[in-house]
Design a binder for this molecule. Structure first.
Ligand code: NAP
Length: 247
């Protein structure tokens, strides 16, 4: 775990995020995050929480393998999948209803005691911005819980254009999952480092040659996606008639 050991010292976070501090000072009620890991870090011991951010339309075994491998490589105590409520960059494309994507995520992770799902972004409503999610999580968890935001490398490549990216850099470490043809080059990583104070680690997960768009296309063509996602998710897609029409 060489990359993971390149410790991201808390002092790299710079100043405490004003919005998080404000919420804490105001004694804001701790928003519930998920069922299994709401109390992570409550005993004061250092802990590491992975946050799998994605649209998950639908969730597939590549996502699960990636979360599991990130858990192992970075010594994460738990990984929470956070399906995006209303992804900002997908306003002009068809996205399956948030509740159905949430349901599929729940089915996919239920057999892994280190995984859970959070409806945080769906319940917040409005456009989904990662900075809001990280602030909610930072407000919820004590400082001894380190946050790792895990998502695809091609999404991370544009991270400096995300809303309040400067603030985001101080709220979490980032794990960019690479897939064939979508590695984050050293040049791109250097450019990101120059533009901001992001701590970004890359993780190569070969299973991510599978993609949600490929699964949607297969269903639309009447082809099988069995074994590309969990059995219950496959059955749910069939029962709900999802992805039958190509977007
Ligand atoms: P995307 O553009 O649909 O995905 C880009 C690539 O990353 C795809 O190959 C995708 O594969 C893969 N990917 C997505 N989530 C992944 C995960 N958790 N682990 C591994 N690979 C993953 O990306 P998206 O799903 O819309 O967004 C990814 C995350 O970034 C979400 O949490 C989103 O809210 C956040 N985001 C935030 C902002 C912002 O705050 N302004 C802007 C953009 C994205 P699949 O298609 O197979 O998933």
């Amino acid at each position: 775990m060489a990359a993971a050991e390149a410790a991201w010292a808390p002092e790299r976070r710079g100043e405490e995020d004003a919005a998080v501090q404000g919420a804490r000072d105001a004694g804001a009620a701790r928003p519930a995050v998920c069922e299994r890991f709401d109390d992570l870090g409550a005993d004061g011991a250092p802990a590491r929480l992975g946050i799998m951010g994605g649209t998950f339309d639908p969730i597939h075994i590549g996502h699960l393998a990636c979360a599991e491998q990130a858990r192992e490589a970075f010594g994460l105590d738990a990984v929470v999948f956070v399906p995006a409520g209303s992804p900002v960059y997908k306003k002009h494309q068809r996205v399956t209803g948030a509740r159905q994507r949430l349901e599929m995520c729940r089915m996919a992770v239920e057999s892994n005691p280190s995984f859970d799902v959070s409806a945080l972004e769906i319940e917040r409503g409005g456009d989904t911005y990662t900075v809001d999610t990280l602030r909610e999580l930072r407000t919820h968890y004590p400082d001894n819980v380190e946050l790792f935001f895990i998502t695809g490398a091609d999404a991370v490549a544009n991270i400096v254009r995300w809303r309040e990216s400067h603030a985001m850099a101080g709220l979490a470490r980032f794990i960019a999952v690479t897939r064939p043809g979508y590695a984050l080059t050293e040049e791109r990583k250097r450019a990101l480092a120059e533009q901001s104070d992001f701590a970004i680690d890359c993780l190569e997960v070969t299973a991510l040659a599978i993609s949600s768009s490929d699964l949607r296309a297969r269903v639309a063509q009447g082809r099988s996606i069995r074994y590309l996602t969990m059995g219950r998710v496959n059955d749910y897609i069939v029962a709900q008639g999802l992805y039958r029409e190509e977007a």
